[in-house]
Design a protein around this ligand. Structure first.
Ligand SMILES: [Zn+2]
Length: 369
């Protein structure tokens, strides 16, 4: 039996509470065994497996991570596992790029971050033929046209059971995964700086990931290599180019601040930003219109750690302790007190069952990564 059919069957069984246990008992047992195999597989960190086939056998697909093609394969007419074993981090797309008559690419699932993501559970499939046209499809594993299926970020955990977000660790110290009761947005402004590597180390050591970086464009331009490091623990977003009081500027000046920052971030290899945090949280109609024109949602914060204002490590920890499900904290990349607070912030969140999340650009709230 193909593993994909297995997973679907297992998922179906999990979803059907009313069916007799006796009838499905044997299959359920096999599912447990299959899960165990998956767990064993999960010991290796990083890497993405793509399970796919073509209709003619000449279909060509690219695996893109963070907008960069990291592997490409020509499919056969049988489902096969195609393995990328590198460590690239970011949003994942499986792209089909040589459509012709008689060709269709079918992506069964990908395996990443210790979970299986079925293509038909994914919202974005720009290669689907639907309503008489290419593009705009969703929840489909078939690409009839050139396009791609979006599989979320490398560190996403759609199953809620990925065994921790840190790379390289096989399981948490408590020997199991605790379901998250909620998600909070951990954010750092004004980087990248000479402090960024130290802060990233703290975040990795304490598994406080993913985070959101609100970068200054001019810092990105002068430290562009640090953007890739930032992306190993989170997502990079827009915090203006020179950190001005945006409401004092003209529309054109604001546009330049924001678009230059997007360009710098994209040039550094990161996806186009979707969120703007205006410096000082200051906004007006011009800022809002400019952000909208550039596809940026304005997101500020719920709790200010005051690290920029000389707050002690204990005060920064205490501010983080106020966070509730969906809320976002303001911190900065560049303060020793902030670096030193990370371990305790991670421990306190864990005690409360709150997990670091990503910021949803459609709602501005912290959600499951
Ligand atoms: Zn700032």
């Amino acid at each position: 039996m193909m593993k994909s059919s297995f997973n679907k069957l297992c998922n179906r069984i999990k979803n059907i509470g009313n069916y007799s246990r006796t009838k499905y008992g044997a299959i359920a047992f096999v599912c447990v065994a299959a899960l165990y195999v998956t767990e064993t597989h999960a010991q290796t960190s990083g890497g993405i497996t793509v399970r796919a086939r073509g209709v003619s056998g000449a279909e060509h697909i690219n695996l893109k991570v963070g907008g960069v093609t990291v592997a490409n394969w020509t499919l056969t007419t049988s489902l096969k596992d195609y393995v990328y074993s590198g460590t690239a981090s970011g949003d994942i797309q499986v792209q089909y790029d040589n459509d012709a008559t008689g060709r269709d690419a079918i992506v069964d699932y990908i395996y990443v971050n210790r979970e299986t993501r079925q293509a038909e559970n994914m919202k974005t499939n720009t290669g689907a033929y639907a309503n008489g046209a290419c593009g705009g499809g969703s929840y489909s594993e078939t690409m009839n046209c050139n396009g791609y299926i979006g599989f979320g970020y490398t560190y996403d955990c759609f199953s809620g059971n990925c065994g921790g977000t840190g790379s390289g660790s096989s399981s948490s110290a408590t020997g199991g995964t605790t379901a998250c009761k909620g998600y909070v947005g951990i954010t750092f402004d004004d980087g990248p700086t000479s402090n960024t590597a130290t802060l990233i180390n703290q975040l990795k050591t304490n598994k406080l990931t993913p985070v959101t970086w609100f970068n200054k464009g001019q810092n990105v331009a002068s430290n562009s290599a640090l953007v890739a490091q930032e992306r190993t623990v989170g997502v990079v977003q827009n915090h203006s180019y020179t950190h001005p009081h945006l409401p004092t500027l003209t529309y054109q000046q604001i546009y330049s601040e924001l678009s230059q920052t997007n360009t710098a971030i994209q040039t550094a290899g990161s996806p186009k930003p979707t969120i703007l945090r205006p410096p000082y949280g200051e906004s007006n109609a011009n800022v809002q219109q400019t952000a909208q024109a550039l596809g940026l949602r304005i997101v500020t914060w719920d709790v200010d750690s005051q690290d920029w204002n000389g707050a002690s490590t204990a005060a920064i920890v205490s501010a983080n302790n106020q966070l509730q499900n969906g809320q976002i904290i303001l911190m900065h990349d560049g303060y020793t007190n902030t670096n030193n607070a990370i371990a305790q912030i991670a421990a306190n969140l864990k005690t409360k069952g709150l997990c670091p999340g990503r910021i949803d650009s459609s709602t501005g709230r912290a959600v499951a990564p």
